[in-house]
Write a protein of this length. Sequence first.
Length: 451
Amino acid sequence: VTAPEQETTATATQVATRPGTNTANHGREQDVLIIGAGMAGLAAAHALTQAGVRVRVLEGRERLGGRIHTSQAWPDTPLDMGASWIHGPEGNPLTAVAAQANAQTIATSYDSAITYNSDGQPLSDEDEEEIESLSEALADLLAEAQDEDPDRPIQAIVDTAVAANALSAEERRWVDFILSSTLEHEYAGSAAELSTHWFDDGDEFDGQDVLFPEGYGQLTDFLARGVPVELGQVVRSIRWEEGRVVVESDTAVYEAEAAIITLPLGVLQAGTVTFSPALPRAKQQAIDSLGMGLLNKCYLRFPRQFWPRNVDWLQYIPERKGEWVEWVNFSAITDQPILLGFNAADFGRETESWTDEQIVASAMQTLRQIFGADIPDPEAYQLTRWASDPLAGGSYSFNALGSTPDMRDALAEPLADTLFWAGEATSRDYFGTVHGAYLSGVAAAEAVRER
């Protein structure tokens, strides 16, 4: 199995160095320190390096990318364990980065899907129409509730409507499927956590989503070229005053005129990095109030393909909400008999405490419900536990009950023209996306230059 933190990007050693065992003081060897070598940090580092600014990137992992991680555990098939897609490639800045990196993409479509009922049978046309009708009714319900005060969690809005309409057991299962598939797997938060007012308060680019057959890591590797990155530097403390930042890891001390903080929201929430002086109240409130979501992956590699070849997505309506609802036909992307199963929010968190074998067995129980008892066991698997990863604390952020979009602006707000902030959680319009992280890094680099 490949855990998110275990794989080292093949080209990382070309641009990155590892610390020694003795504490080293790096003084003012750089003008700007960048904390984190994910998309936001590398976008900022690339922009500043291009502008002639001396930077140094500190990364806690022994690889580049952060929540972008292209596993090479199966040498013939690179697989993204974190981010996979460019969501909306038209006008998206990552489309240009991908072209510069000579990274090939392949489109996938949510319209290319088969949905299976809990009995394992494909939905009838009549059932599909009823689910579509329910989905439209739920969308209308939430749109109306967005104009009502006070804000409530999506689940509470839906539960009230379900009770008032006396739905059958099957219809309630369909409602759970719609919530899980269209909301929880999209935003990575539980319907019981998602703010009805603000869950979808963002913007998006147009076009069919694309992913990378050779992995998203091609983009982070490209942005890291010529950038000094130190791997294995888990930052413990950041002391700051106007015009001066001192950053300490377990093995080294760094000083600079400014720093760009790109730590994931989940890490900021965990409080494992101390700030002195403490962060202003508005910024800490944003950290505490925004939600950190979870979307885990389970890749299963089989001796042969037993599922339909001509679709991108396989969906399942389980008896219990959230269990193995979304699958991607990766044979269309890798030309190998590979299925990718997702688990989000509550069920994703529950399975993180399971053994690998329990997770795979649970996945296979669902697949055998759909495709029959005689399908083969997988030859190999790779899976993630992003919430348990201390350098991530989850997958990506969402607008939780009690938060507002203004809090993302507060999180992004520079402090004393010295501490600058980037990362998908700081993006008001594009939170939860790689392009949100990228644009925030570019914006932070520009703010540093203008200080």
